[in-house]
Design a protein around this ligand. Structure first.
Ligand code: SAM
Length: 232
């Protein structure tokens, strides 16, 4: 007999502006029998905005060991589940990846509902080459940090980092010392009211953030060495 399990939908949601969601995402979220969200209180704002009233459970890094079997059991019962994260595309620097893997291992159908992700929004707004790019996610705060940066010394593709405002200055310092004074762009609070895009070189951005304390969510984009990149 064929197994009639449900489908796990990986649904992208806005990275700030609530309007940035696809029709298919809204339709899917309105139809599934369960939505797994990183922070249910945070996601309720989006779901209420679109009048979506489906049962919600939390799924985050530290409850994944108990939650993954519960969600898989639900799917095995033939019910569809959507996974969303606090922002953007689930699985990009957030725990949805582990749920997706578990579903694939359990022979459950996985479908993606693509949409916003800060990595692509930052890259395309940066003006740095987008024909080849390397997404590095978050740098480790301590152990392994220098090793990761050393491995990028000769990288010619555009490199994209997620960074917290608290660590941005130190990251720019480390990048300047290890990778070099390359073209760099800080994109901050993309699609939100205080969106800001600062273009320059690593050392110019370092001096900017030393004078203006960075706030909010940040994507840092580093280009290949090119002295003329931002010359008009
Ligand atoms: N899954 C998300 C995605 O697809 O972009 C990323 C999740 S990760 C836990 C959160 C990080 O994404 C933030 O610390 C920041 O680096 C970046 N980010 C998310 N929203 C952003 C925004 N509106 N502007 C700039 N960076 C953003």
């Amino acid at each position: 007999m064929t197994k009639l399990s449900g489908t796990l939908y990986i649904v992208s949601t806005p990275i700030g502006n609530l309007q940035d969601i696809t029709y298919r995402a809204v339709e899917t979220l309105s139809a599934v029998s369960l939505i797994a969200a990183e922070d249910t209180r945070h996601s309720k704002k989006l779901l209420n905005h679109y009048g979506i009233k489906r049962p919600l459970i939390s799924y985050y890094e530290y409850n994944r060991f108990t939650r993954i079997p519960q969600i898989i059991a639900h799917l095995n019962d033939g019910k569809d589940v959507a996974v969303i994260s606090d922002a953007g595309t689930p699985g990009i620097s957030d725990p949805a990846y582990k749920l997706t893997r578990a579903a694939i291992t359990a022979d459950i159908k996985v479908e993606t509902i693509p949409g916003p992700s800060a990595v692509l929004a930052g890259l395309i707004a940066s003006g740095l080459p987008s024909d080849r790019f390397l997404f590095e996610g978050f740098l480790p705060p301590k152990k392994g940090r220098k090793k990761r940066l050393n491995a990028l010394k000769d990288e010619q593709a555009t490199i994209i980092f997620y960074e917290s405002p608290r660590r941005l200055k130190r990251t720019l310092q480390d990048i300047g010392e290890i990778i070099g004074d390359r073209p760099a762009v800080v994109t901050r609070e993309l699609t939100k009211m205080n969106e800001e895009i600062i273009r320059g070189t690593v050392s110019e951005l370092l001096s900017y953030v030393s004078k203006h304390e960075p706030r909010g969510e940040i994507v840092l984009i580093i280009g290949k060495p090119d002295p003329n990149v931002f010359f008009k």
